[in-house]
Design a protein around this ligand. Structure first.
Ligand code: MN
Length: 353
């Protein structure tokens, strides 16, 4: 047994701190003398005490230190510490921006407040007029927009599994490695989830296209297959994904004209998708977002029957994302609705801060 003084020296905490941690139930002495009230500590408690000392120096609040110390598994404790630090860095980044704004404002009182952006979104998935079932899946939330288009017998479960596997991104902290690493890991998870549905068949699988928003000026994009992302910016329509289809590669090589592509017998043949077979690598990149941008994610059920000009007109005139999604779906259905139709529309808007 060590006296409180000897124990304090060994773990580099003050006796006063040790008394406080006793009261807070962070670190109880092994024995308290009933007559004198002196605290005694066991040598085995040194490791716990050193951990507390380190976490205090890190600036971790006492309540959180108690949670970390209560974890028996060192790997779980490491995860908690990593999550805590990610929060600190994010909060620090917000405070850094506020400080920069204040410095700029005091130097030039006419300077504008920094803009805060958020997504306003709507989603709808529709069976269409011909297919017996809807094998598309979609998600729209404050941070994540995703559409998947399943194929094969278990195409519905495959697309649902892929979207489900990304859902945790709504709340996940962005790690120090950056948002693209996070998204790449998530897609690996989605690939495994699809494989559980598909077995090792390449007849069953899904496309997957998603945008992840982490509050900054950038969207992270992941894309495999022919589910598209369109951007309406300053009245012009851009397609920011490249279809992984045979027809698109023939177009790229100049062996097909756009008019021929529309009627090509193999126009739905995918070169890459998530399936039971070895998957091709998805496209992963960052995309600069601007206030006023309107994004559309859609399965091929929309563009196979609705031309880009019409998509642009609807996106330009619809008052809000829900209106755009409704009109696009109705337009595809009135053109025959030969495939499932899934649309996610999101506006990038400035918030009050
Ligand atoms: Mn489809």
């Amino acid at each position: 047994m060590l006296t409180i003084g000897a124990f304090a020296r060994a773990c580099r905490l003050s006796p006063k701190a040790l008394r406080l941690y006793d009261e807070l139930d962070l670190l109880r002495p092994a024995r308290v003398d009933p007559d004198t009230g002196y605290r005694y500590y066991a040598a085995e408690q040194l490791e716990r005490a050193r951990l507390v000392a380190w976490l205090r120096r890190l600036g971790m609040p006492l309540a959180l230190i108690r949670e970390v110390c209560a974890l028996d598994d060192p790997a779980a404790a490491a995860r908690e510490i990593r999550a805590y630090w990610a929060r600190v860095e994010r909060e620090t980044a917000v405070r850094r921006d506020m400080a920069a704004f204040l410095v700029a404002h005091l130097s030039d009182p006419t300077a504008k407040e920094p803009t805060m952006l958020e997504l306003v979104y709507a989603a709808h998935s529709d069976r269409g007029r011909v297919r017996p079932a809807n094998q598309d899946a979609a998600h729209a939330g404050p941070r994540l927009l995703a559409v998947a288009d399943g194929f094969g017998d278990a195409g519905g479960p495959a697309s649902s599994a892929a979207v489900e596997a990304l859902r945790f991104l709504e709340t996940e902290e962005v790690p120090a490695g950056g948002v693209l690493n996070l998204l790449e890991d998530a897609v690996r998870g989605a690939t495994d989830a699809v494989r559980e549905v598909a077995g090792d068949s390449d007849e069953v699988g899904t496309t997957l296209t998603a945008l992840l928003w982490t509050g900054g000026p950038q969207l992270a994009l992941v894309h495999i297959g022919d589910t598209r992302v369109y951007l309406l910016r300053d009245g012009a329509l851009f397609r920011i994904t490249h279809d992984h289809t045979l027809v698109q590669s023939l177009l790229d090589e100049g062996r097909l004209t756009p008019a021929e592509a529309v009627t090509h017998p193999q126009r739905t043949l995918l070169l890459k998708a998530l399936s039971g077979a070895a998957p091709g690598a998805p496209d992963l990149r960052l995309h600069e977002a601007r206030p006023g941008d309107r994004y559309l994610l859609c399965s091929d059920g929309l563009p196979i029957v609705v031309p880009d000009d019409t998509i642009r007109d609807v996106l330009t005139t619809a008052p809000d994302p829900a209106g755009a999604v409704g009109t696009l779906t109705a337009t595809a259905n009135s053109a025959g609705g030969p495939d499932n139709i899934t649309c996610v529309v999101a506006d990038v808007v400035e918030t009050g801060g």
